[in-house]
Design a protein. Structure first.
Length: 292
């Protein structure tokens, strides 16, 4: 089972700032989405509204065609794990967190939860407040994936993990998603590290939708041009340059903008190599204004 999301004209204002600004977005079920945005862009507010942590007052959100707020039947199938770990009850043990997941998540998988607890070496008898940051992140991941919720959202919840643990998490997530398809939204700043998981990318900036497309289609909006320095400079003249590197006589320039077929033919004739732009470079370009 997978849940789609339909957001129409969503606006959220706090004193002195608009966190979400007339956002309209439709996400199909059964995909892994990357939700990207700078600090203060509105990502956490958006995910909190989708998860029914607060009421929508301006605009609308439908999950699986239903309003999630105060809808117990629906929200038990929506799981949001935040980096802050604020869903943990004060004084609760790891074992208690897993027991609560088993009780309130109808699709809970004990075997997967235990596998993740073992993988990340989380002590089950320890109080959550006694865990290291990495262990708390691992616990959140275990709860998020083991819930098998048709809509699972992870908001920077794996930042506390070291690099080997993060890569182990990515592998488990992809493996479990393939066996048990659902809608997964990953909000992250580790863009290139996680990009291989994304089927589609949503970029928001200052509460507004900047881009929403298939990952590869989005990356094709620009290109990395590599080859002899003089030829690269000539080829990229007049283009929007996002960055450049040089090693001896070879140069790599990342540009933004569509490169037509005839220009690609010229690049081949000049001995240049074109490849899709790195997602992080594209993100930086699209959100380069000052954050709210």
């Amino acid at each position: 089972m997978t849940f789609g999301i339909d957001i129409q004209n969503l606006t959220v204002r706090y004193p002195g700032v608009t966190a979400v600004d007339d956002l309209t977005l439709k996400l199909e079920g059964g995909k892994i989405y990357g939700l990207l945005g700078r600090n203060g862009s509105g990502k956490t507010t958006l995910l909190s509204l989708i998860a029914a942590f607060r009421r929508v007052t301006d605009g609308s959100i439908l999950v699986d065609g239903r309003v999630p707020f105060e809808n117990e039947e629906l929200t038990q199938d929506i799981c949001l794990v935040r980096e802050s770990g604020d869903t943990v009850v004060e004084g609760e043990s790891v074992k208690g967190v897993l027991r609560r997941g088993r009780r309130f998540r109808p699709r809970w998988d004990d075997d997967l939860a235990q596998r993740l607890i073992d993988l990340f070496q989380v002590p089950v008898n320890r109080g959550v407040t006694k865990l290291s940051r990495g262990q708390r992140s691992a616990l959140g991941i275990a709860v998020g994936l083991a819930s098998r919720a048709p809509l699972t959202m992870l908001d920077e919840s794996y930042l506390g993990l070291d690099a080997p643990s993060r890569y182990a998490f990515y592998d488990v997530l992809l493996e479990d998603y393939m066996e048990h398809p659902r809608t997964i939204i990953l909000s992250t700043h580790l863009i290139e590290e996680v990009a291989r998981l994304f089927e589609q990318v949503v970029i928001i900036d200052r509460g507004r939708l900047v881009a929403h497309d298939d990952t590869e289609t989005l990356r094709m909006r620009g290109a990395a041009v590599v080859g002899p320095a003089a030829a690269v400079d000539d080829f990229t003249t007049g283009m929007t340059v996002l960055g450049e590197q040089r090693l001896g006589g070879t140069k790599s320039v990342t540009v933004y903008g569509e490169i037509p077929a005839d220009a690609r033919t010229v690049a081949t004739d000049w001995g240049l190599e074109l490849s899709p732009v790195a997602l992080q470079d594209l993100f930086v370009h699209l959100t380069k204004g000052d954050p709210a």
